[in-house]
Design a protein around this ligand. Structure first.
Ligand SMILES: [Zn+2]
Ligand SMILES: [Zn+2]
Length: 252
């Protein structure tokens, strides 16, 4: 049994909980430690099971709470050396465990497989987590899907997939030109349409549920994100994550 929950998801902060009966891990810690622990308890999950926090890249919406959380839970933070060096000294987590892309890490029954993706960070990684033959993917902060993302998505039973912006809302919105360009670039974020295409073309028969993740507050709405994925709803469940609180706990 694996419990899966977006503790926070959005451009304001990301944290994803994946745990079994005895061990758990977090992908990213981009809200405060206090909020992470409150939300984990709110969903009746157990923070004492957490044996590792994995950092995808150095942007603050993925790492903000990691330093305090590591001290509070006395658990290691897994991070690449380049990502660690890109963090300012006062944000760097204590007791970093350096991982390399394409080299898996074992925690209890979990095997965590990090791989490189397209995003404007020093060494941005996404993760596929295996547990007794099942796979869970956390795929956010992706400018455009590369073969790594496509191949790992195809193996997943459950996935968090970025659905960051509606293309019209971004183009017509109030963001400055350069920021719009960055978000829409191949090193920025996935739009609703890109996310739909990625899933339509690559999700495998084993996919049970996709959580639309990392929604923008300015350039998207939950309704637009869901509508963009409507055609997939006959194949697998499509659920939303929340920018302001924990999402539903999915049991795999
Ligand atoms: Zn992000
Ligand atoms: Zn980012």
């Amino acid at each position: 049994m694996v419990e899966i929950c977006a503790i926070a998801s959005g451009s304001n902060g990301n944290c994803y909980y994946i745990g079994d009966e005895t061990e758990a891990l977090l992908i990213d810690a981009g809200i405060s430690c206090k909020q992470i622990l409150l939300r984990i308890k709110e969903k009746n999950l157990n923070p004492q099971k957490i044996k590792g926090v994995f950092i995808s890249h150095e942007h603050s919406d993925h790492v903000r709470g990691a330093r305090v959380l590591a001290k509070k839970l006395n658990c290691p933070v897994y991070i690449t050396a380049k990502t660690y060096n890109a963090l300012s000294k006062n944000v760097r987590p204590p007791w970093p465990k350096f991982f390399k892309p394409d080299t898996s890490i074992t925690i209890g029954e979990f095997a965590i497989f990090p791989f490189l993706k397209n995003h404007d960070a020093s060494e941005p990684c996404s993760f596929r987590i295996s547990h007794q033959g099942k796979n869970i993917g956390v795929f956010t902060d992706i400018g455009e899907p590369c073969s790594n993302v496509i191949n790992n998505l195809a193996m997943c039973d459950v996935a968090f997939v970025e659905s960051n912006y509606d293309e019209n809302m971004l183009q017509e919105g109030s963001y400055p030109y350069l920021l719009k360009k960055r978000i829409a670039s191949s090193k920025g974020h996935l739009s609703n349409l890109q996310s739909f295409r990625l899933l339509h073309e690559n999700a495998g028969n084993r996919m049970k549920c996709v959580f639309l993740s990392h929604l923008s507050a300015e350039n998207n709405t939950p309704r637009l994100a869901l509508e963009a994925h409507q055609l997939l709803m006959s194949k697998f469940e499509i659920k939303l994550t929340s920018r302001s609180g924990p999402g539903e706990v999915f049991i795999l």
